[in-house]
Each structure stands twice: as C-alpha cells, then as structure tokens.
Design a protein around this ligand. Structure first.
Ligand code: PLP
Length: 390
C-alpha cells in the first residue's frame, strides 16, 4: 500500500483522518452523533422546496456521510451505508434487477455454490418466487464462471468465500461479466477495504458487512455498498430511502471509530492467522487447512495478485461433525460463537446452521482470528484439538 501521485497519503493514514469535521478552533475532532430525524426546511428562489436540502433523516444524516466519505475514498467510489450487511447485499441485487426490468425475460444471476448463507438464502428466495433464474458455480473455477456469465444479468462473487476460503480471480470474472453485458458485484467483507479493492479489479459494485472487521468489536450491525458508476450510486441511494434499510447514527459512529484502528487490528490478527494456519497443518486431527496465506492453498497465487494480505479468517476440515463440535466445546480462550472480524477469536462448525450449503463439509470449522497473543490462541486450539481425539 504505497502512496500514489493522485493520493499522496497512504490508506492507513487516510482511514485515520477521513470523515472528520473541518479544523475549526474550538471545534470537535470527531463527527457528532446526529440524533435529529427532522431537519429544518428551506425554500428556494422560486418559492418551492429547496431540493438540495435534506429534510428528514431517512435520506441521510451527517454521521452517515462521514463514514461514507471514508469508505468511498478507500474503495474508490461512492459509498452508501445501510442497516446491515444483508441490507447492502439486497440493495445491490435489487438495483441490478431494476436495471433489467422490462426486458420481458427472467433475469439470470450467477452465484457461488456456497458462500455467505444469508446472501444465498436471499437469492434462493428470489428464485423460489420466480423473480430470477439462478446458476450456481464453483467459486474456485474461473473457467466455469466465465462460461456461466454469458447471457447472465448479474454475477455475484464473494472472495475469499465465507466459510470455505476459495479465492475467485476477480480480474478474469469481472472482465468476462462486463464483456457479456452483466453487472458484477463482489462481497469483499473478508478482505476489508484495506486488503482488496474490487472496483479497481473490474467490479461494478463492492459490498461489505461492516458488522465484521471494519466495526471490529462485535457490537454493531451495519453494511455498505460502494460503486464508481454514478447511475448505480443514485439507484442505490434511492433504494435505501425507499426501502428504509437505513443505518442508525450510533452504529455509523461506532463503525467509523472501528475503521480508525482497522489497519493495526488487521496486522496483528493476520500475523496470528498465518502462524496458526502453519501449525494447524501439522496437527494430526486436521485433514485440511484453508487459508490463502499458505503456499499450498489453491487460492494462494490469485490472492497474491489481487489482495494485499491473506486476511484474518481461516477454516479447517476435521474428520466429521462430531470432531468439529468437540473442538468447539473444548476451547477456553477461543469463543464458540458465530460471526467474525472482532478483536476476540471465534470459531464454529458452519454446518450446524441449516442455511449452510451441502457442499460445505460437515467437519469444517471456521476460525475468525482475533488480536490476542498468538501463543495463547495456539495453546488453546492445540489442547482442544487433542480433546477431539478422545
Ligand atoms: C456477515 C456477512 C454478511 C451479512 O452481514 P450482516 O451485517 O450480518 O447483515 C454478508 N457477507 C458476508 C461475507 C458476511 O460474512
């Protein structure tokens, strides 16, 4: 992450400074939490309502705009913050479907066979209610994705994939989507805006669950879309106002506060993840370690090209559901809980959730690596893995 001529400050510096009020003597360093739902009205010169003035909080308040300014800068587009990651997913899908409305045929969506279960649940619902045709692809098979986008309207990509950690070649598949006239959306939650910038790799829209690493403390539910396409940006904004999938002011303020420390949290957690992945490879109870930071990982080479680091998530395959649940039950420093990206290390067997796809192994355990001391994390994992053999 080197400073560039048109952006002389590095992202690590920008995320500390973006979205702050003007430097006014006696003024605050941080944006205020704006709690008014109703704002003063204005009249323009012709005596009508001044369209440039926001009059109600569903259209946008300053606390949201501070976070949007920061995220938009980091991803290279116009950011829109929504009430949750899945609200951002839903908004991105809806605006692409709206673009295709009136074509007289059912839109075709290409999506990974497994991925974030909430997203796949939403796409399943749209298919079950006759609003899309869904084509499932192996997220690691670039050729299959490129072939599938021919005739498609929307390519949905998650990279790395939750929870199976495949890495999709974004330049290849987003380029193929563009040539085929399809929109591409990349859920980049796992990578965060610091480790990967999908718009620069050819995506039309990037989606984040800010609930995860950006907010970073497992206490905020929030999402965002970012796009460099002005038409899509306007459509996403209108969708948020119309659907009411708006964020709360405290949540946006907390997420901006989390963003300030994202780089240092990521560095520590990523170092921890690399050490743990290497040691897990050697443990007899572990059949497979999924982490793009490992040279043996199928996604290693592509991740090296499109990411600035392999991230803080990994997964291990144990022999089966019994062993995976035994691991989760035996940890003491790690927490057995869902979600990811917080300062505390979490793990869970994903197939315990009925929404998880059958292509995710029964014995797969997802690990969200936190910022604790790596030796404490390893000692706890090692004793818990040993316990699975008993
Ligand atoms: C958690 C998650 C989401 C959904 O975000 P919420 O904030 O929980 O609504 C979407 N995509 C991925 C990859 C996630 O991990």
């Amino acid at each position: 992450m080197q400073p560039t001529p048109d952006s002389p400050l590095a992202p690590q510096t920008r995320l500390v400074h973006l979205g702050r009020p003007a430097r006014v003597p006696g003024g605050p360093l941080n944006p205020p939490v704006e709690l008014s739902t109703t704002l003063h009205a204005a009249t323009d010169e012709s005596g009508g309502a001044d369209a440039g003035v926001v009059n109600y909080a569903r259209s946008g308040v300053p606390t949201w705009q501070a976070l949007e300014e920061a995220l938009g800068d980091l991803e290279g587009g116009t950011a829109l913050v929504l009430g949750s990651g899945i609200a951002a997913v839903g908004a991105a899908v809806q605006v692409v479907l709206d673009e295709r409305a009136g074509s007289g045929r059912t839109p075709v969506v290409v999506a990974p066979a497994h991925g974030y279960s909430g997203t796949l649940g939403l796409l399943d619902h749209l298919r079950a209610t006759g609003r899309i045709d869904l084509v499932s692809v192996d997220p690691a098979d670039t050729g299959a994705i490129v072939a599938a986008v021919d005739g498609a309207d929307l390519l949905w990509v998650e990279s790395p994939v939750n929870p199976t950690m495949e890495v999709t070649d974004l330049v290849e598949v987003c380029g193929a989507a563009r040539r085929a006239g399809a929109r591409s959306v990349v859920d980049s939650t796992y990578a965060t805006p610091l480790l990967q910038n999908p718009l620069a790799l050819g995506a039309d829209v990037v989606v984040h669950s800010l609930t995860k690493s950006v907010a970073g403390h497992s206490d905020v539910l929030l999402g965002a879309t970012v796009t460099a396409d002005d038409g899509l940006a306007a459509a996403l904004h209108d969708h948020r106002t119309r659907s009411g999938a708006v964020p709360g002011p405290f949540e946006t303020w907390l997420a901006l506060r989390g963003l300030r420390t994202l780089d240092v949290r990521l560095q520590r957690a990523q170092e921890n993840a690399q050490v743990l992945a290497e040691r897990l490879l050697e443990h007899p109870a572990v059949l497979r370690v999924r982490y793009p930071g490992l040279p043996s990982d199928p996604g290693h080479e592509v991740a090296g090209r499109q990411m600035r680091g392999p991230g803080t998530l990994l997964a291990v395959d144990l022999a089966g559901a019994r062993e995976a649940e035994a691991l989760a039950a035996a940890v003491r420093v790690w927490t057995h809980a869902t979600s990811l990206g917080g300062v505390e290390s979490l793990l869970e067997r994903r197939r315990r959730h009925s929404g998880e796809r059958g292509t995710v192994p029964e014995g797969l355990v997802r690990l969200s690596v936190g910022i604790e001391h790596v030796e404490d994390l390893w000692a706890d994992l090692a004793q818990a893995l040993d316990a699975t053999a008993r």
